[in-house]
Design a protein around this ligand. Structure first.
Ligand SMILES: *Cc1c(COP(=O)(O)O)cnc(C)c1O
Length: 381
């Protein structure tokens, strides 16, 4: 019975436990109201064709709700397609980049998108500005011949954020394309500073993955249309022109998973009812500060991101010194129902990564920190 013996982990005092122990950086916790909405949809909407009115009404409601949340300028539109942000990268390589993209690469997600356009045989090798994990490049560097500037607003693998502002001095019709997968719904953005602001809904929006949404500017819509009229071969499922055409009918090109749409719709309504983007951004600033302040005053811990201005309000990365076995902390927490504060696997650091997405209340963050403190004091050997 060695297995049972080894797995005997300390039991945390019940009074310390958070109401909801999920702190994952995506997929992330789903609020009970989202599940209730799903149960309600179970008796009518689920199992309906996406070409029929009830589903189109749902998609239309999400598009309107997101436009309200992001306070989209006139002429901007919300489009969507299946496959998530990773799929959107391929779509962008086909439907947004005319000739050459510039990428800021300072973690896993930014670097993956950079590789996609860099390797695309119909594009020129990309201009990639790199920075070590935990830091970030100074910003985009306008250059002749670059027609897309791309970076993540929040690099989820490291917890580093980047400002979202159009680079000045670029070619006239260059597009600013922002990966907002873990930022959207929890961070402020001035949408007029972007041409494409895209995300998957399994982070701040607490829904299922497998789908992407994007707020697109008139210039981006023009670029999509221009490339679709060129002789470039574009697979139908990846074509953004097809996504635009379908989105305007509140549809997707192929069949979406309806459960995720129902949960997303509920979350967008919840966010807008609570005070929208301003509320969400203020809330995550408060909850993330609890984590960073705690790390600053805990002797064995330090925020991984040294510059406080570069620290993410939604994904907090905290390093520990060698006296602390974070794998042990993770096991103790998990055995007590507090889960998914593991560091990004490829980063390989003695670290905890705590997501403070919009759905995570202050009280749960305080409870999590109390649980970690208790483990540090009582359960490290
Ligand atoms: C999670 C994440 C992705 C990948 O999203 P998928 O839906 O899994 O494709 C891309 N970019 C960022 C910044 C992310 O946080």
């Amino acid at each position: 019975m060695l297995g049972a013996f080894v797995s005997e982990l300390p039991v945390l005092p019940t009074s310390l436990l958070p109401a909801d122990g999920r702190f994952g950086a995506g997929p992330s916790r789903v609020r009970p109201d989202q599940v209730t909405a799903l149960v309600r949809a179970g008796s009518n909407l689920l199992g309906t064709s996406h070409r029929q009115a009830p589903v189109r009404h749902l998609v239309g409601g999400i598009r309107e709700g997101l436009a309200e949340f992001f306070d989209l300028p006139d002429g901007y539109d919300i489009i969507l397609g299946l496959g998530g942000a990773s799929t959107f990268w391929d779509s962008a390589a086909f439907s947004l980049v005319r000739r050459r993209a510039q990428h800021l690469s300072f973690g896993e997600f930014g670097s993956k998108f950079a590789q996609v356009t860099d390797r695309a045989p119909h594009l020129e090798p990309s201009d990639i500005l790199r920075a070590e994990p935990g830091t970030r490049p100074a910003g985009p560097e306008p250059r002749e011949g670059i027609d897309v500037y791309a970076w993540p607003q929040n690099e989820t693998s490291t917890g580093v954020i980047m400002d979202v502002a159009r680079p000045v001095g670029t070619d006239a019709d260059a597009l600013t394309v922002i990966d907002a997968t873990s930022a959207a719904g929890g961070m402020y953005v001035d949408a007029s500073q972007t041409d494409v602001y895209y995300f998957s809904p399994q982070k701040n929006f607490g829904s299922d993955g497998g789908i992407w949404f994007a707020a697109v500017s008139p210039a981006a819509l023009e670029r999509i249309s221009e490339i679709s009229r060129s002789d470039r071969w574009i697979p139908d499922v990846l074509s953004l022109a097809t996504a635009v055409e379908n989105a305007r009918k509140n549809q997707t090109y192929n069949t979406p998973a309806l459960a995720g749409l129902v949960m997303l719709d509920q979350q967008v309504r919840w966010l807008n009812d609570n005070g929208g983007m301003t509320w969400a951004a203020g809330h995550t600033r408060t909850t993330s500060s609890l984590v960073y302040d705690w790390a600053e005053r805990t002797p064995s811990a330090t925020p991984f991101v040294t510059d406080p201005a570069h620290r993410s309000p939604v994904v907090c990365t905290i390093d520990f010194d060698d006296t602390v076995d974070t794998a042990r902390i993770l096991s103790v927490l998990r055995a007590n129902g507090v889960v998914d504060v593991d560091p990004y696997r490829k980063l390989g650091r003695n670290q905890l990564r705590i997501a403070t997405f919009a759905s995570v209340p202050e009280a749960d963050v305080e409870a999590l920190l109390a649980c970690i403190d208790w483990t540090l004091e009582n359960a490290l050997s």
